[in-house]
Design a protein. Structure first.
Lengths: 115, 163
């Protein structure tokens, strides 16, 4: 699914460069535990999370992230958005909860990443 | 000092010869890691990964190095008074040493149990403290060595071979 479609489904807002909307999202993973995210992502994946500290962006230096969706209306600071733009990493914010966001995307056919 | 070693069985012979030959590293870099500095923590690991990537190390190995190194770097930030990372790059492996200024690990055995954690609220709020740090380091490294004692420093070293 294109990121554009995903943003619409989650009634979300893209926080990074507009051309990110054309990115292809192949699978997703959701967690608020960094060790879980590190342990469970064996392929490039979209991450759904409630964490908005700099370490979430730093994570993308270690593992391949296709983008990050901040759930429950969380919005990262400008510094974080800047860090993501430097890394060419798409960021989205949605007011939906982690459960609801994951449910919507799963129902549309976005599969879970290999763990 | 209490000590713990984990050496992947198929690596034992290579590790023995590595210890015997004591080769000179091709490259050696050190980084300082600050106590509770969650803004900068992780920078060293991301630089180490980038350096190895430039040297042509395969992506699956890069992922293992990055995860093990990042978990160890975060451990220094979250649990110690600060410390130092020394990354030695050899032709066929990387050897990373994480040495902090204390306060040491009370029980290494406990610390290795998945889910066991001494993290405070700040650390947990950041998404850490799930008690998976050391298990994740063990899982991703070929050799893992911990030397620690309550009231002393903690020394953690890992070796990951490139092939």
């Amino acid at each position: 699914m294109k990121l554009r479609e995903l943003v619409e489904l989650l009634e979300g807002e893209l926080l990074t460069e507009t051309d990110h909307l054309d990115r292809e999202i192949t699978c997703a993973f959701g967690s608020d535990l960094i060790s879980d995210i590190l342990m469970c992502t064996k392929e490039a994946t979209l991450l759904l999370t409630g964490l908005t500290n700099p370490q979430v962006i730093r994570l993308s230096d270690m593992i391949d992230l296709l983008g990050i969706v901040f759930v429950r209306g969380k919005k990262p600071s400008e510094d974080l958005i800047e860090m993501a733009i430097e890394r060419d990493l798409p960021l989205i914010t949605t007011k939906f909860t982690l459960y609801k966001s994951a449910g919507i995307l799963y129902n549309t056919g976005l599969r879970s990443c290999k763990i | 000092m209490a000590e713990y070693w984990n050496i992947v069985e198929s690596i034992q012979a290579r590790h023995d010869s590595f210890l015997q030959e004591k080769p000179e590293p091709e490259m050696s870099i050190s980084y300082e890691v600050g106590h509770k500095d969650f803004i900068n923590s992780g920078k060293a690991s991301s630089e180490i990964k980038l350096m190895l990537k430039r040297l042509g190390v395969n992506p699956e190995i890069l992922r293992r190095v990055a995860i093990a190194s990042y978990e160890a770097e975060i451990n220094i930030t979250a649990h110690s008074l600060g410390g130092k990372i020394i990354c030695n790059i050899y032709l066929n492996c990387v050897h990373i040493v994480f040495n902090d200024s204390g306060p040491g690990i009370k029980s290494i055995e406990k610390a290795l149990e998945p889910g066991w954690s001494t993290a405070d609220d700040l650390v947990r709020e950041m998404g850490f403290g799930a008690g998976l740090g050391l298990p994740n380091i063990k899982k991703n490294s070929d050799v893992m060595h911990i030397d620690s004692e309550e009231g002393k420093n903690t020394l953690l070293e890992i070796i990951i071979f490139f092939d």
